[in-house]
Design a protein around this ligand. Structure first.
Ligand SMILES: NC(=O)c1ccc[n+]([C@@H]2O[C@H](COP(=O)([O-])OP(=O)(O)OC[C@H]3O[C@@H](n4cnc5c(N)ncnc54)[C@H](OP(=O)(O)O)[C@@H]3O)[C@@H](O)[C@H]2O)c1
Length: 239
């Protein structure tokens, strides 16, 4: 696809994988609408991207777990940028604990952010894509959406659900030339991985957010007649 003067909305753009995807798309000349909760992260990134790549960047601080905030944020971004060609559903959260030990409120929060948040944002953006009869949606799921593990019941459930929603939506909207893709990275060197205690060994040998961004870009670069349904990315040399 042609990236120049297109518009991408990215959730969880303040750091980690979302920030790396923002840089990768900005480099191609794509204008960006960025969402995360922390305004300071978004303001810093906005200044950085505008200066480095001369693109348009709009930002809105919003919690994707809140449908009203999402609707307002998407309306504001599309209002400012005029269209939306690419949606990167990346914002997510991860904590782990056994099913009995994890506080039910925390279990619900993980589902609310990872599943409901992805649904709210997609629901707000999709009519614009259907209206223009084209679009690209990339959902950043995880290997945790394909394989369960002990202490992962909430995170696994949220990411398996995102995989199911991705596939159902793909079947619904391919007739509108909207491509829907799930990315399923294993552990990536980000704050989320640090906070969840997932980092072991040498950080340089871990998958980096920029690697996931390259994969996202590669799927978008395919001819419009095809799309990647699910793309996994793993480290070559596990420790
Ligand atoms: N890191 C890994 O090992 C790994 C592996 C596979 C998949 N993933 C997935 O990749 C995605 C990105 O993860 P990451 O590792 O880059 O995480 P990260 O470094 O913690 O960054 C997450 C971003 O999402 C935002 N965010 C979190 N909750 C939000 C909410 N409720 N509303 C709006 N924005 C929110 C955060 O900003 P604020 O806190 O300011 O809102 C931040 O900008 C997640 O969906 C994660 O599940 C990560």
């Amino acid at each position: 696809m042609e990236f120049k003067n297109k518009v991408a909305l990215i959730t969880g753009a303040g750091k980690g994988i979302g920030k790396a995807i923002a840089h990768a798309l900005a480099k191609e000349g794509t204008n960006l609408g960025l969402i995360a909760r922390t305004s300071a992260d978004l303001e810093k990134l906005q200044a950085e991207l505008q200066e480095q790549y001369g693109i348009r960047v709009s930002i809105v601080s919003a919690d994707i777990a809140n449908q009203e905030s999402v609707d307002q944020a998407v309306a504001a971004l599309v209002g400012e940028l005029g269209q939306v060609d690419i949606l990167i559903n990346n914002a997510g959260t991860a904590t782990f604990g056994t099913l009995v030990d994890m506080d039910p409120k925390e279990w619900e929060r993980i589902i609310q952010v990872n599943l409901m948040g992805t649904y709210y944002v997609t629901r707000a953006v999709l009519p614009h894509m259907i209206g223009q009869n084209s679009g690209n949606i990339i959902n950043v799921a995880s290997t945790a959406g394909e394989r369960g593990f002990a202490t992962g019941s909430a995170y696994n459930a949220s990411k398996f659900a995102v995989m199911g929603m991705t596939e159902a939506l793909m079947q619904e909207v391919r007739k509108f030339n909207i491509r829907v893709t799930a990315l399923t990275p294993s552990t990536v060197n980000t704050e989320l991985a640090t906070n969840a205690g997932l980092k072991i060994g040498d950080e340089d040998r871990m998958m980096q957010p920029e690697d996931v961004a390259e994969l996202a870009l590669a799927t978008l670069k395919l001819p419009a007649r095809v799309f990647v349904k699910t793309a996994g990315i793993w480290t070559t040399n596990p420790q």
